[in-house]
Write a protein that binds this ligand. Structure first.
Ligand code: PLP
Length: 451
């Protein structure tokens, strides 16, 4: 294990709570494994930042990058639309069911563009006051100025910059810790009904869109809304003329077992942002995707000004195309759902051995679990226990890199969770190896916690 060292970078220490925690110095990867400078081997249980979905060290991806770099490494979209961008957008449309695509260099840019397109939509419709975005507490939508403000995770809004533009949030459907204290059979979608109250009070004439993660990511550990929740949200959006903005940056592109995570609910978004797994982890890329409704209006308007220097460049297109081809050729969607279901069920079974293990949830290879004091009463551990930090460190000690979900599942103030998101090609043997190590990590952490 590498030792902490002085560094001159500004390190985003948002997942562990002190500045002295151990960081790995990783230098090599192969499939699900990563190796540090000393040759120690780790299972990467979260595909980097939930983006390295094809696994490490793929020669075919290296070849595609090399070939495209030699042919044409860059061009600006302001003067040229290369055929490879058309090819990429056509494939993306076929894969996701969305109509038109604007490529970005990552998720925050994609969410920003989604928001701007939504606000522009109403301005062009002659309703320019409809220019605010309502989102949800506990959410994460990116780390640029605007996306940080739309986010609802208190830990990631830890300075005032992320509150400067507060357009409004409603409660998230954290069913395990229902904000209304209801059980699932008594659920009347109160947290969705909140959207209607919000719009009545704030004035729907001031709101352009509802922005949300259909299945949660790094802040809510694969939080999945109850059946019927999204239908209710959609009804309210239709009634008050709000666009539905799905942030698919993390859960989309196969991660949750469907091309878009919202596909689990048979609801079509007006605009979707996607990014992480589009390039399998081999190049920075993202996209904002629009539905025919949005597309038709902008066609009438005749132009939309948008651009980033790196947006839609041929290298990004080449890896995105290759990622979709590999996913199909290697039948990855089936593997995502088969291994994901197995991983989830095995974790549920582990609950009988581990008091610390609370809710287990998610879809596909996006599985979250909570760390609790008592899973019968769903009581959270006090923050002073630093359970997440302990669990992460025990992960490193047992050769597993984990993703801490920093959302604080209960009202944003307490409740720890871990997010598992291994690469799409994970085998049964690798899944079992991960589970075996998790079992040990639970024992090690439980020994360090006062229940
Ligand atoms: N939206 C969601 C749901 C995310 O999980 C993230 C990143 O974690 C983003 C947006 C921002 O993406 P990026 O880090 O690529 O800017």
């Amino acid at each position: 294990m590498s030792t902490p060292k002085k560094a001159h970078e500004v390190h985003p220490h948002i997942f562990l709570s002190d500045w002295n925690n151990v960081n790995l110095s990783l230098v090599k990867g192969e499939g699900i494994y990563q190796y540090d400078v000393q040759g120690n081997k780790f299972i990467d249980s979260c595909s980097g930042a939930v983006n390295a979905s094809l696994g490490y060290g793929r020669e075919d991806m290296a070849e595609v990058l090399k070939k495209q770099a030699m042919e044409l490494g860059y061009l600006t979209r302001f003067t040229s639309v290369p055929p490879i961008l058309d090819e990429c957008s056509n494939m993306l449309s076929e894969y996701t069911g969305m109509e038109r695509f604007f490529l970005t260099s990552g998720g925050s840019e994609a969410v920003e563009m989604a928001v701007r397109i939504a606000k522009g939509y109403w301005a062009h419709k002659g309703k320019p006051t409809k220019n605010k975005i309502v989102s949800r507490w506990l959410s994460y939508h990116g780390n640029t100025y605007a996306t940080a403000c739309f986010g609802g995770n208190l830990a990631r809004k830890n300075d005032m910059s992320a509150y400067a533009m507060d357009e409004g949030h409603i409660n998230a459907p954290t069913c395990y810790h229902c904000p209304y204290g209801l059980t699932e059979d008594a659920c009347n979608f109160e947290c969705a009904n909140e959207l209607e109250d919000f719009l009545i009070n704030k004035g729907a004439t001031n709101y352009a869109a509802f922005l949300f993660e259909p299945i949660g990511g790094t802040t809510t550990a694969a939080m999945r809304p109850p059946k019927g929740y999204l239908k209710r949200i959609k009804e309210i959006c239709d009634k008050y003329e709000l666009l539905l903005l799905a942030d698919e940056v993390l859960a989309g592109f196969g991660r949750a077992g469907k091309p878009k995570s919202i596909d689990w609910y048979d609801i079509k978004p007006d605009i979707a942002a996607m990014a992480k797994c589009m390039s399998g982890g081999y190049f920075p890329v993202g996209a904002v995707a629009t539905s025919p409704r949005i597309d038709e209006l902008y066609k009438e308007v005749g132009h939309y000004y948008s651009g980033f220097t790196w947006a839609g460049n041929p290298m990004a297109c080449a890896v995105t195309i290759e990622t979709m081809k590999i996913m199909e050729k290697e039948n990855m969607m089936e593997n995502i759902n088969t291994q994901g279901e197995y991983l989830k069920q095995q974790l549920i079974d582990l609950r009988s051995k581990h008091q610390l293990l609370g809710d287990v949830r998610g879809e596909g290879l996006l599985i979250g679990f909570e760390l609790v004091k008592d899973h019968d009463t769903r009581t959270c551990l006090p923050n002073e226990e630093q359970a997440l930090g302990k669990f992460m460190r025990n992960g490193f000690a047992n050769g597993v890199i984990l993703e801490a979900a920093s959302g604080k599942m209960k009202r944003g103030v307490e409740g720890d969770a871990i997010l598992l998101a291994p690469y799409y090609g994970i085998t049964r043997e690798e899944t079992d190896e991960l589970l075996e190590r998790l079992d040990k990590i639970f024992y090690d952490t439980e020994a360090q916690i006062q229940f």
